[in-house]
Design a protein. Structure first.
Length: 175
């Protein structure tokens, strides 16, 4: 079975960048013939890796840090595979067994009321001072805005009672 044929262009780019990095210890160059969306726009991007249905790495940016979405995918795919502190680096032997998803984020917008959140539709950013926690939308087991906020606060190290700011964003998820 040829995974590449089944995968979207953003996911193919993520997989190729992981393979390139594992083989050469260098970031791959941006391919030439990409869509205008990937080559000319900027956005935050998250790359999630799963193996046998279990998280194997997830790294992303909620605001762009690269010149375009393609470079954001390349950078975050390599980071998810090799720099997620929760997991050992991915090995070449694992790459074919990884399920990869790429989330391209809309710009975050502040919300002043929890009623404007929907964990199936919106990801959230919870911040307090310099502490920020982000949770992507439509995650298994996250069925309420309250629970979504609780998880994001925990990720950020925000304590109960600390004043928080909420932002939401949408994603285009690619498999």
């Amino acid at each position: 079975m040829n995974k590449k044929r089944e995968e979207s262009i953003p996911v193919q780019l993520a997989r190729e960048s992981i393979i390139c990095y594992l083989k050469t210890n260098r970031m791959m160059k941006q391919p030439e013939h990409l869509s205008a969306e990937l080559a000319q726009n900027q956005a935050g991007v998250f790359v999630s890796l799963k193996k046998n249905g279990h998280l194997r790495g997830c790294i992303g940016t909620f605001m762009p840090t690269q010149n375009n979405i393609a470079l954001e995918i390349i950078e975050n795919a390599v980071s998810a595979a090799t720099r997620d502190p929760r997991f050992p680096p991915v090995t070449m032997e694992e790459v074919d067994f990884l399920s990869i998803s790429v989330d391209i984020l809309s710009p975050p917008e502040e919300v002043d009321d929890i009623s404007h959140l929907d964990p199936q539709k919106y990801g959230i950013i919870v911040s307090s001072g310099f502490k920020k926690g982000l949770l992507l939308p439509n995650l298994e087991g996250v069925d309420s805005a309250e629970y979504q906020i609780e998880i994001a606060k925990r990720k950020a190290g925000i304590f109960p009672g600390e004043k928080i700011q909420l932002s939401r964003f949408e994603v285009k998820r690619y498999y």
